[in-house]
Design a protein around this ligand. Sequence first.
Ligand code: DGL
Length: 268
Amino acid sequence: MGSPVIGVFDSGFGGLTVLKALLEVIPNAEYLYFGDTARLPYGSKSVETVARYACEATRYLEQQGAELLVIACNTATALAFDQIKNTASVAVVGVIEPGAERAAVSSRSGKVVVIGTEATTCSHAYRHALAAREVEAHEKACPLLVPLVEEGWVNHPVTEEIARIYLNEAFSDGFRSADVLLLGCTHYPLLKPVLQRAAPAGVTLVDSAESTAMAVRELLSSTLAMATRAKKDQVKFFVTDSTDKFRRLGRLFLGQEILDIAHVDLKE
Ligand code: DGL
């Protein structure tokens, strides 16, 4: 039996943190990664636009042979998960449910702070997922963090200060006793040390990228038990903007060289 082919979709670069987690926990799969770099960011767009873009990309991944789809983008999962599932004919895993599950299990106080894009926090997708697990959520949009990470300022005093301001606001009032910080955006795993320092002492960071990778492994457990080793060219990348820029910036997110990149022009 061959290795399963997993399609990973994101608005651009950030989903590479999810791909990185997937490669760590499921090394014997093959991957097709789609980054909609020409149309990012999704985090400031409407439900209609994000749903249309996400459905186009997931159809493309299926045409390329994806047997399971992972929606790595928190914004796309929050705004368009149902539409994507209705469009797809293969199983679809998003980042919200696995992230919420991990956060709920990790919290003793029953109070969690969730940070993400404007669109993700306004959708209240995380709040609903946590409420279903009897956990209260305070959702805080941190729109400056995505451009700071894409600037490569993951270890910069400006980022440190901004993170501190955001988290001071988030862990206030009824949420002073929150004991989990749920990273509800693809870019935030790169800021883990900064966010850990900026959060109150004793707060546990939950990374939705890692939780999603574990959920996918569980879903595929019987297939993976029989899967052969993945080929050498294990990941194929498709992007809608410059392949050069993706190669350069993508390395920061994936932590390794990105080789096999094709440019894709999705017809509207
Ligand atoms: N991938 C997006 C997310 O996880 C962040 C970048 C964007 O806004 O497109 O919400």
